[in-house]
Design a binder for this molecule. Structure first.
Ligand code: CA
Length: 224
């Protein structure tokens, strides 16, 4: 899931970004309202964390313009002032929830999960491939209803494979998406991760799910 964080205080922005990345979200940040609005209008995000007091364009104006343009991305407002009018104004403009500063990261994460759950129909928060299910809100993976324990990178790799099941993914597509930068093409890191993932998601008595495509990359195959 992709989250946009619009926050001008660099410390707060990086604290939120780090925390959300640990929870396996993909995070983009914007340091002012103009940039936040531009990013929100030109990209698809699953939710936006929007500070109220921002340089160039305040959070209320960003929200007003987004909603006026028909953008329904869920928005969690961050308000420094805890007055009722502030909260009501945000909610009236179409914010999905608000959080007063200072806050604990756990509360932000919980509120975000809650607005994501409300805004996304059940089927689009889950990816299914054969006996495998991935819940993109809780970031848990299951095989036949049983939880599979995955590291953050293993999860990102599996989500990418499941979003693109039956499709051949080249090694560079996988590195760019999962690791966000290019590795030395000779590096075997993908193979190491694929091997670990196979051990966790596959069963010896069932056909292989992650297929190697010689000289190209990998494909996740739905079991018959
Ligand atoms: Ca601010």
């Amino acid at each position: 899931m992709r989250i946009l964080v619009v926050e001008d205080e660099r410390k707060v922005a990086s604290f939120i970004k780090r925390g959300l990345e640990e929870e396996r979200y993909t995070v983009e940040t914007a340091p002012d309202g103009d940039e936040g609005l531009r990013l929100a209008q030109n990209n698809v995000f699953d939710a936006i964390v929007l500070d109220v007091m921002l340089p160039k364009l305040d959070g209320y104006s960003v929200l007003r313009q987004l909603r006026a343009a028909g953008n329904a991305t869920p928005v969690l407002m961050l308000t420094a002032r805890g007055t009722t009018e502030d909260r009501v104004q945000g909610l009236d403009l179409g914010a999905d929830d608000y959080l007063s500063k200072p806050f604990h990261f756990e509360e932000l994460a919980a509120r975000l999960r809650s607005i994501l759950r409300r805004s996304t129909p059940e089927k689009t928060t889950k990816l299914v491939c054969g006996e495998l299910t991935l819940d993109m809100v809780t970031h848990m993976a299951y095989r036949d209803g049983k939880e599979i324990e995955l590291t953050t990178k293993e999860y990102a790799l599996l989500e990418f494979l499941m979003r693109n099941k039956e499709r051949i993914l080249s090694r560079s597509m996988i590195t760019q998406h999962v690791w966000k930068h290019n590795f030395d093409p000779e590096s075997n890191i993908i193979d190491v991760y694929i091997k670990r993932l196979r051990q966790k998601i596959e069963r010896p008595d069932k056909p292989q799910m992650v297929q190697s495509i010689r000289g190209v990359g990998y494909r996740l195959k739905e079991e018959e």
